[in-house]
Design a protein around this ligand. Structure first.
Ligand SMILES: [Mg+2]
Length: 336
């Protein structure tokens, strides 16, 4: 018998689930449905704030020891239909969740891997993290990108010296051979220069480039969020043709148009074993709403994790720890 006592799914989801599923009013209810018919469901998870607690920087997240095993177990029990849909690079997620196999999409739909479908391309895109301190930046040799190979412009402004890279950052590393569908979008140089100047003007901001995505982290100085978003909006108007702003939890990302977590989940849903299953997307931030919409339009579920973006009311999960306990319960229930 499945034990739901640990699922703590008391939140009323009636406002966020399709009207034709009145029986599902909590994450616990959904776990019961999955346990009864695991071949009918596919699970999609955001990573930061959903599977792991938000940390001061993305590199400093801690991964509870049971998470990889529980995720791998549920993935087996669902015939492989468990994916991540994240803004991170998939290579970073692999490091976090090792030894669990990572399947899904990274970088807001720019990367895919592990999907058994010839229609879905797989790519690896470099990233580098640069911390800006004391209004100066300097990149060590190890961080200088191979522009010829990757076609991604270097993040730098000529009048600034790069101070140091984040030592723990997911800097340039060797990628597994992956197929590149088309050249990565080119970051407009005016946009790069403007964002670098912005970051240099506000001590404590952290700037990250993930291929064609620029991410400004301000968790260490959260009061500047509105100022950062306003400045980025102005920069986009002047230099951001083909780009849009996606605010997150103490981050603001500049992303090429036409890609999102919504496009990511839509593509995964065409691949085996995800195709034909009821999609359940779980996430904690603005960017996840694009994926929620796609999942709900397909008759599935978009379940929010409470935090800085989603309030507790209407959120299926009150924290990433709640998501993890739900996964653990699901794993245990499916094993019976
Ligand atoms: Mg998140």
């Amino acid at each position: 018998m499945f034990d739901f006592s640990l699922s703590r799914g008391a939140d009323d989801l009636s406002a966020v689930v399709p009207a034709d599923r009145p029986a599902v009013r909590s994450a616990g209810d959904l776990a019961r449905l999955i346990a009864a018919r695991p071949a009918d469901y596919a699970l999609y998870f955001d990573v930061d704030g959903t599977l792991v607690d938000i940390a001061e920087t993305p590199e400093r997240v801690t991964v509870p020891t049971d998470l990889a095993g529980d995720l791998a177990g549920v993935r087996r029990q669902l015939g492989g239909a468990v994916a991540v849909v994240t803004g991170r690079r998939l290579a970073d997620v692999e490091r976090l969740l090792a030894p669990a196999e990572v399947v899904g999409s990274g970088m807001h739909g720019l990367e895919f891997q592990g999907l058994r479908s010839p229609g879905i391309e797989i790519r690896g895109i470099e990233t580098k993290c640069i911390e800006i301190q004391n209004h100066e930046m300097r990149a060590p040799e190890a961080l200088r990108p191979d522009e010829a190979r990757h076609g991604v412009p270097q993040l730098a402004a000529p009048e600034l010296d790069l101070l140091r890279a984040d030592d723990e950052g997911p800097v340039v590393d060797s990628m597994e051979p992956r197929r590149q569908e088309r050249p990565a979008a080119q970051l407009p140089q005016g946009l790069v220069d403007g964002v670098v100047r912005l970051a240099a003007s506000i001590p404590g901001l952290r700037l990250e480039q993930k291929g064609p995505i620029l991410t400004v982290h301000y968790r260490q100085i959260p009061t500047v969020g509105a100022r950062v978003e306003a400045a980025l909006t102005v920069l986009l108007a002047d230099h951001g043709d083909g780009y849009h702003l996606k605010p997150g939890r103490a981050v603001a990302e500049l992303i090429p148009d036409g890609t999102s977590k919504g496009t990511a989940i839509a593509r995964i849903m065409t691949a085996k074993p995800f195709a034909g299953r009821c999609p359940i997307m779980i996430g904690d931030e603005h960017a996840d709403e694009d994926a929620f919409a796609v999942a709900r339009a397909a008759g599935g579920f978009g379940l929010a994790v409470a935090g800085e973006h989603f309030g507790a009311a209407g959120a299926a999960f009150h924290s990433a720890a709640h998501v993890r306990s739900w996964i653990a319960d699901l794993h245990a229930g499916l094993a019976q």
